[in-house]
Design a binder for this molecule. Sequence first.
Ligand code: MFU
Ligand code: CA
Length: 401
Amino acid sequence: MTVIQTNLSADRSARLLRAASEDVQRSLLKLTSGNQFANPANPSTEAIMASRHRGSIRRLQVGRENLTNALSFSQTQEGFLEQAAKALSRMGELALRAMDVTMGDQQSGGDERRFELVTGNFSWTQAKSDAENRGGKLACIKSAEDQSSVEAVMQGGSYWIGGTDEITEGQWKWVDGEAMSFENWAAGEPNDVAGGENALQIYASGKWNDLPAINTTLSGYVIEFGSEDSSVPAHESEYSALAAFVESLGSKAFNQVSLFAGQTMQVSRDEESHSLQTRGIDLAAATYSSTYTPDSEGYFLRGSAQAHARLLQVKGAIEQLQQDRATVGAFAKGIDLADRMLTQSTDMLKQTLGRLTDVNIAEESTRFARDQILRQTATAMLAQANIMPQSVLRLVDLERS
Ligand code: MFU
Ligand code: CA
């Protein structure tokens, strides 16, 4: 299991804040001591060294800005990849469910209607949606032949079947909308006791009775599979929505730079061209795209063979995603390390500079400290933006302006 370091930004903000405070203190000391610089027209060795040091500090600052941007980029990537992980994990569950549901279709050799018993405590309303989740519907008994097929799968109890008069009292219909023609009511039924019996029960004897659709549970229901006009099963449409979501992540950008187009990422941290580099994350790669590309008719999970293939593709994508998240995490860690080193170098240079210089430099340091505080605020905003990736671009624009 991949663990991603997520509090780097907080660490970094803390360091920036400390550096900023030290700058302010140093400036105040200088201002109160009033230590004067040598005559500028005739620069001392100290003045020349001080000028060099200031140059180095500026260059280190540029390196740290690059690192800040790279860190925000990585954390934004991680935010999206976390969402992708959740989506893929759900897609795997759906593919698995689709395999269960469609296995039977193949056993029975295609599109013949077929009844099965589902046991468990359900109200009629719960049974109806459970049947739909399984890619079927509550049994619709439209002939004496259907009646005996249903009786054949029953196991001695009484169960829900797919009749209802909930739309118009007394007008019984099947859940597929068809009006009842064949009927097998028990004597005196339907009696709509207390005006509240709108759902159809089949007794162990095979006779029918009306019961309340909610707050009354039976120990199971009869499910029907295989009618061709059935709408797209719930798992297919949920998978399809998640697939579109994962695909859409591929076009996300940070500060106008694509997050997942697979390009190598390189950050220079100083002018001796030391740079950090990491491989790109490519959400358009086949390992991922196979999970979000439907077949030629727009289906993802039609038939158990396709659902099985889909499950393997999702597994592959989840493995790739773990590697990719590890890569992003390692890069963020490397950035953080480089940033620590630059902060140290900057601190050392500033201390030396402090020994060499005077009140004017202190003023500059004060300005610098103020900049640092602003920068810290920006970092905190970006860390926040990482939690809500949609707002990243807007925040980055604010930082730039
Ligand atoms: C009541 C009704 C049932 C059934 C039975 C004969 O239960 O609620 O639906 O009609 O009488 C005791
Ligand atoms: Ca009744």
